[in-house]
Design a binder for this molecule. Structure first.
Ligand code: AHR
Length: 619
């Protein structure tokens, strides 16, 4: 591999090159990154009509002691369904309640992770015709062990109208599969609504589950595209994600049924929280909004203006002064300063739809008029032919086999350098080569990403998809990060992304293989770490089944300019190509870093079969 380390042949890699794409799929947010423990906190998931299915809430007690139903008596206008609980038994007398009382419980998203010594804030709204005595507790999944508990007692006059109750529970024990119970042994009729349980310990108190946040932060994403994907489109427009229903006090959000990935979200992770997440990650937000097109229905271009106004309002929410109409809503949510929103995508995968161009242009013109600096992303792939409409960037999505993706390391070599830049906003190996996250898939992706680095004069951004999967609800395979209520691990594809963390904003060096090979892709960059030390990073994917001796020759450097001490080698490989990580073996396929035994301008390195290796040479 001949590497020219002189400036003459290098090109800067955009600071924005590698980021992440967050979609509400596989319970990535609800029951995932968003730390809310209660599922269906407002009892609306069964629909806004009554009687409503309150799943996954269940009843403690039998018909002789409790009757649970739903009505539309909530104090919250946009989510009227409330739970009505008629308690027929009492603490003493003829109809004595069973020990522990009767009531309701919520198992969360496949079990709540309650940890000893940690505190949890439980909030709910209650109304009653009589005085109340409610026990609020976290228990084991069968209700037999109590991990934390407190009682809420109030007089009838205190709760004759809807009243917010808030308690802090500290867990005495750990149970990863626990549940929240609201129970009582006091006869009477009570109504409950908007029941929430949040760990106090979330990232900066912003509501993000710490371990999952950290896994994102470790990639150092330069941008975050959100909130979908198909989630933005919906099967039907009425079920698409609409930002206005996802902001303001959490209790007042209606929630919605995501009909593509087929689950309800309370929308605790709403537009504001996505912007906050971007800021917390130090990543630029890329907001994808619905352009009046879903999978099955479309708004005619002549009627799309309300959608355009909704997008403009969303921009004002993110960027407007806190005295502006929507900026003030953001400020009231605790963020008076504008968010740094510079990119929007008009729709997702809608290019081929009848109304896309017409609708797109309405959005494009209105946004450019109001916010000339905002970069607009089109859904139409401009990599093989020029776009017929204006755009700053265009989406490029690819899900394919390992061989195909590996061979696509040359995909953008011939792309025109005129016109908009490419945003590879979704890529992954899928199908049998990938399983639920194989080494084979990751190696192909590494080859593809090396090609993107090489072409980063035209490819400005890239993100893997999907990012997260709750192992209890696999809607899409594979994914970068797998988690359950308390554990998380990265698939090999996640680890590949970590190899590229330093590439954004680095300098790409011209590197050519002595002998072209269909199973070898290599590149070199130079980058500076946070201490100001400069490295040359050589990355190579050996996609073949034989080891390769690679002669590396770095030209354009002063003699003795490579230091052995501090130079490292990192390898991602495994015994079998289809090896995957799991909760039991989270690091089965994970990078291993060692010190280099030889580091020089001229060196011979061994690339193991089916491996991805990077060499960091300290200058
Ligand atoms: O990443 C999963 C899905 O794949 C996205 O929702 C969609 O954009 C694509 O079809």
């Amino acid at each position: 591999l001949f590497i020219d380390a002189s400036e003459r042949s290098s090109h800067p890699i955009p600071q924005t090159l590698f980021g992440i794409f967050f979609e509400e799929i596989n319970h990535a947010g609800a029951g995932g990154l968003w730390a809310e423990l209660v599922s269906n906190r407002g009892f609306e998931a069964g629909g806004s009509n009554i009687p409503s299915n309150i799943d996954p809430w269940s009843i403690i007690g039998d018909e002789s002691s409790i009757i649970v139903s739903t009505d539309r008596s909530s104090c919250f206008e946009r989510n009227k369904v409330a739970l009505r609980m008629e308690v027929l038994c009492n603490s003493e007398g003829a109809s004595t309640c069973p020990s522990g009382g009767v009531g309701i419980y919520n198992p969360g998203f496949w079990g709540m992770n309650i940890e000893q010594g940690k505190s949890y804030k439980v909030v709910f709204y209650v109304r009653s015709t009589e005085a109340i005595d409610i026990s609020v507790s976290f228990t084991s999944s069968n209700g037999l062990q109590t991990l934390a508990s407190t009682n809420i007692i109030a007089s009838a006059s205190d709760v004759s109208n809807w009243t917010k109750m808030e308690v802090l529970l500290e867990a005495k024990e750990t149970d990863h599969n626990s549940r929240l119970q609201l129970t009582t042994s006091k006869k009477g009729v009570l109504w409950f609504d908007q029941v929430s349980a949040m760990p106090l310990d979330t990232y900066k108190g912003h509501g993000f589950r710490n371990d999952l946040f950290q896994m994102l932060a470790d990639i150092k994403p330069q941008f975050i595209r959100f909130p979908g994907g198909c989630f933005v489109e919906g099967e039907w427009l009425r079920n698409a994600f609409r930002w206005k229903a996802s902001v303001g006090p959490w209790e007042e959000r209606p929630g919605h049924f995501g009909d593509v990935w087929m689950y309800w979200t309370d929308d605790g992770l709403g537009y504001f929280e996505f912007l906050q997440l971007s800021e917390d990650l130090g990543a630029l937000p890329i907001w994808v909004f619905n352009n009046g097109i879903s999978h099955n229905d479309q708004v005619d271009t002549s009627s799309v203006l309300p959608f355009v106004q909704e997008a403009l309002d969303g921009l004002e929410f993110a960027r407007g002064d806190s005295s502006s109409k929507w900026g003030s809503v953001r400020a009231a949510m605790g963020h008076p300063e504008p968010f740094d929103l510079r990119y929007v995508a008009i729709g997702n995968e809608d290019c081929w739809k009848k109304n896309y161009r017409g609708n797109y242009l309405k959005f494009y013109d209105a946004i450019k008029r109001a916010y000339p600096d905002i970069k607009i992303i089109s859904n139409c792939d401009g990599s093989s032919r020029p776009l017929d409409h204006p755009a700053d960037l265009y989406d490029f999505h690819v899900y394919t086999s390992a061989n195909n993706l590996f061979s696509m390391s040359n995909q953008f070599d011939q792309t025109s350098r005129q016109g908009p830049k490419a945003f590879v906003s979704e890529y992954a190996v899928t199908g049998k080569d990938a399983g639920t996250g194989s080494l084979l898939a990751a190696l192909a992706e590494a080859g593809f990403l090396i090609g993107l680095e090489k072409n980063s004069d035209i490819v400005q951004m890239a993100s893997y998809a999907p990012l997260f999967v709750n192992s209890n609800d696999r809607r899409w395979n594979p994914d970068a990060i797998v988690f359950n209520s308390f554990q998380a691990y990265g698939t090999p594809s996640y680890w590949v992304q970590r190899f590229f963390t330093e590439s954004s904003g680095a300098t790409f060096l011209n590197a050519t293989l002595q002998k072209a090979s269909a199973s070898l892709v290599a590149s070199a960059i130079t980058w500076k770490n946070s201490d100001g030390q400069t490295y040359i990073r050589i990355k190579a994917v050996n996609f073949g089944s034989n080891s390769v001796n690679l002669q590396v020759s770095v030209g354009g450097l002063d003699p003795n300019s490579v230091k052995l001490s501090g130079s490292t080698k990192t390898i991602l490989t495994s015994a079998n190509l289809m090896d995957e990580n799991s909760f039991n073996e989270p690091d089965k396929v994970a990078p291993i870093q060692t010190l280099l035994e030889q580091a020089d301008k001229e060196m011979s390195v061994l690339l193991l079969p089916h491996s991805f290796t990077s060499f960091d040479l300290l200058k």
